[in-house]
Write a protein that binds this ligand. Structure first.
Ligand code: FES
Length: 160
């Protein structure tokens, strides 16, 4: 082997190595299907022990979101109302009009959205404002004092 052949062989070997190293992630990306976008099943949101009857309480919890290869943990909230001893409702924290965060106003006994002044009853029904429908609700499950939240179910549009 002369010097010229040696250098050419060496350069081709380096190129092959670089191509192989770069090709592995590309092959994984192309051949390995991403996980479908989904939310975790039931999420433990907190304890119902301190929640008073018909007094909305904002629960703060973390939940994981899976999108392709990415799993993110994000802070989330829900407005929880104990309607009776064994009946709990959890409202999604976004206003059904344009998605602003609303809050409970104890003096007026209603939820108020500060963006366009929609108000909602403690049952989540629209009282005033441009909101097109009642507050969306999480599916809920109780295990003892623990509150588990499932997916959000969109309420029906008013008049439909
Ligand atoms: S976003 Fe709540 S009233 Fe418009």
């Amino acid at each position: 082997m002369n010097r010229r052949t040696f250098y050419l062989t060496f350069i081709y070997a380096v190129w092959a190595l670089i191509g192989f190293v770069l090709g592995i992630p590309a092959a994984i990306y192309l051949l390995w299907p991403p996980r479908p976008k989904k939310e975790a099943g039931w999420i433990e949101a907190g304890s119902l022990a301190q929640v008073k009857l018909r007094t909305p309480d904002e629960f703060v919890f973390r939940r994981n979101r899976v999108d392709g290869w990415k799993v993110t943990s994000e802070k989330s909230t829900a407005w929880v109302v104990k309607m009776a001893e064994n009946q709990v409702v959890a409202f999604s924290p976004q206003c059904p009009h344009l998605g602003c965060a609303y809050h409970w106003v104890a003096k007026q006994n209603e939820f108020l959205c500060p963006c366009h002044a929609s108000t909602f009853s403690i049952e989540g029904e629209v009282l005033t404002g441009p909101a097109p429908r009642a507050l969306d609700r999480f599916e809920v499950k109780m295990e003892g004092d623990k509150l588990l939240l499932g997916p959000v179910r969109q309420s029906r549009e008013a008049g439909s």
